[in-house]
Unconditional design. Sequence first.
Length: 272
Amino acid sequence: MGAALMLPPARAATPLRFGTTPVFLNEQVSLLDRWQGYLEARLERPVRLVQRGSYREIVDLLLGDGVEAAWLCGHPLVLQESRLAPVAVPRYQGAALYRSHLIVPSSDHTTQRVTDLRGRVFAYSDPLSNSGFLVPRAEIAAGGADPATFFRRTFFTFSHRKVVDAVRTGLADSGAVDGYVWDTMAMQQPAAVAGLRVAWRSAPHGFPPVVARRNWSAADQRQLGEALRAMPLWAEGRAVLERLNIEGFEEPRAGQFDSIRTLLRQTERSGS
């Protein structure tokens, strides 16, 4: 199994349509091509990667039967759990967990948490992002303020990498990003995070999962989950995992995204 993965001819079958967004992957074409090749070999069927610019567009495709599965976020999964199901959850630094990071310029020596930023300009990643939207808003609501009016101005970048860029170039005073994405950027492209610091880290939450629409066959869902969990066993799978900077995929666990449900309740109580 350590040899390079040989790609058998794809069987005549309906393609698996798999959704991705730049929120995580930032159009890394060569990486996506290798992941597509791995999945085609393990599933023995064609795989078509469907890229869109936001989580909302991917959720709409899932709910409209436009794709069968996608790498999503725990936030939209919780919102649509009657129609979407997790099939595999990435493992990062020994656990299927990640944190939201509040980032500010290194020259900002005073900010310690998002509630220190009243009246400033703030960059969010995506309206359906847990780490890049829900977490900071829940923190503001927990502090007794209204997230809708707390900042002087906010905007969405639809990419964690672009949140980093916005803070680094001064378009925003601060922003919230996925800690896994921040760590990966710091490791693979340290110049991209130069001049910035992490002012605060959230509690851990369930890592953004690969999900499927519930009306897709249970056998196909199971096969996709097995293929993802088998990635460390194959040279091509290991190469993709190394590029993704994750250790592998696990089976979803009951209650894995309960902390996100708690955040949603906090923001709902604030009326925002």
